[in-house]
Design a protein. Structure first.
Length: 115
């Protein structure tokens, strides 16, 4: 599967961004679709994911500020981020978690939160 992220960029603290992940094939075939991020010098971490049954898993640090949604007809997954903070600055990656446990990743999109 090919995953292509878009929507990153520069945002001010308190602002919002919506990231988009377009998949080259049906996202129903995966156990879950998710968003991860990696800040400079840090490990990649889960932001939020949605399973193909609709259950959502979200990181505690962002749980009140992010929302994931999916358009299964168009094979697109969205990440809505509100009340952005400088600590949200990172490269954001779209992830497809296969049913056998393997992962597919997009190339990432940079999000920078700064005044």
């Amino acid at each position: 599967v090919q995953l292509v992220e878009s929507g990153g960029g520069l945002a001010q603290p308190g602002g919002s961004l919506k990231l988009t992940c377009e998949a080259s094939e049906s996202i129903y075939r995966f156990r879950a679709m998710g968003w991860y991020r990696q800040a400079p010098g840090k490990q990649r971490e889960l932001v939020i994911e949605i399973s193909n049954s609709g259950s959502v898993k979200v990181a505690e640090s962002v749980k009140d500020r992010v929302t994931i949604s999916a358009d299964y007809a168009k094979n697109v997954v969205f990440l809505q981020m509100d009340s952005l903070e400088p600590d949200d600055t990172a490269v954001y990656y779209c992830n497809a978690n296969h049913k056998d446990g393997a992962d597919s990743w997009g190339q990432g999109t940079q999000v920078t939160v700064s005044s």
